[in-house]
Write a protein that binds this ligand. Structure first.
Ligand SMILES: [Zn+2]
Ligand SMILES: [Zn+2]
Ligand SMILES: [Zn+2]
Length: 318
């Protein structure tokens, strides 16, 4: 429901003024001001505008004290988007009327005034206002959404920073899944408040497919590629050549030849820190590694990785 605006009738004939007022009341307008000359029209109009109102003006073309063109331009100076409806018995294509239309008259109302014509003009105004109102509501909603989004980002940034001693700008943006510009404003704010400090730029591995620095290392068995492995101790029994986990030598007996293992360095040796694959049972001093992009799930080797440099932040007091 649109709030009905204030209407200002500028009409020197009391009969027509009364007629217009009655018509407007029929259309639901209640705040109607009537002036019978130009100078009071200007002062009333200025007063209404200063009160924050948006008067719709019904202006008589022929007034005793002031030219309609002069009234129109003065009103436009006060409020450039004022809607002035010109009432006149003169033909629409009269030079004087044409000039007023060119100057910014909103509509033209023929005299003798007919209710249907007045109604149609005011209906158009209401539709326009309804449209603008909806548009500004839409803008409000959009603004609020942007604000919410920003707040969400900021909370996420806080959360990330609380969980790490240092992190790059690229990484933060990558985790939140947004661009660097969307997070840098808040980071600048945190920096100004002494919560984080900038250190030298840092290079990070980035996905060779999507450029994201949100990557994770994945380790796997060089033989069967399984990630099911453990780090353990192996014992090699020199006598029979058995190499298996320390735990398989129950009561110091070789699980292969069943002989007892006695002297370290003489009958057997311990191989510490070996990776033992739980899947294929093979063991390795080194495990294979590759990178997994957490954004696009691309897997790549270190030598195929891209490197990206960005601002690095040290968290001082989050
Ligand atoms: Zn990727
Ligand atoms: Zn394996
Ligand atoms: Zn043995």
């Amino acid at each position: 429901m649109v709030n009905k605006d204030v209407v200002l009738i500028v009409e020197d004939s009391p009969a027509i003024g009364m007629l217009l007022k009655n018509y407007l009341e029929k259309l639901g307008y209640t705040q109607i001001h009537t002036c019978d000359n130009g100078s009071t029209a200007i002062s009333t109009f200025t007063e209404l505008v200063s009160q924050g109102k948006q008067p719709i003006v019904l202006l008589d073309f022929m007034l005793p004290d002031m030219d309609a063109r002069s009234i129109l331009t003065q009103m436009l100076e006060v409020k450039p988007d004022v809607r002035v409806i010109l009432e006149t018995a003169t033909e629409k294509d009269d030079a004087g009327i044409k000039e007023l239309i060119r100057l910014g008259v909103y509509q033209y109302l023929e005299k003798p005034i007919r209710f249907e014509n007045l109604q149609s003009i005011f209906q158009t105004i209401e539709k326009e206002q309804d449209f603008f109102l909806k548009e500004s509501e839409q803008q409000q909603i959009q603004k609020q959404e942007e604000k919410n989004q920003e707040q969400k980002f900021n909370e996420q940034i806080d959360f990330i920073l609380k969980s790490t001693p240092q992190i790059t700008l690229n990484k933060i943006a990558g985790i939140i899944d947004t661009d660097v510009d969307s997070v840098s404003k808040y980071l600048q704010q945190l920096e100004n408040n002494g919560k984080i400090t900038r250190t030298e730029d840092k290079k990070e591995i980035a996905c060779n497919q999507c450029d994201s620095v949100r990557t994770s290392q994945i380790f796997y068995c060089p033989s069967c590629k399984s990630s099911n492995f453990k780090l353990g101790k192996l014992i090699e029994h020199y006598d029979c050549g058995n190499i298996t986990e320390e735990s398989t030598y129950e009561d110091d007996h070789c699980p292969n030849c069943k002989k007892e293992i006695k002297a370290l360095g003489v009958d057997y040796r311990v191989m510490k820190n070996h990776y033992i694959c739980n899947n294929c049972k093979e063991f390795f001093p080194e495990i294979s590694v590759e990178y997994l992009c957490l954004k696009c799930e691309n897997k790549f080797a270190l030598e195929d990785a891209r490197w990206k440099s960005s601002i690095n932040y040290k968290v001082t007091s989050m």
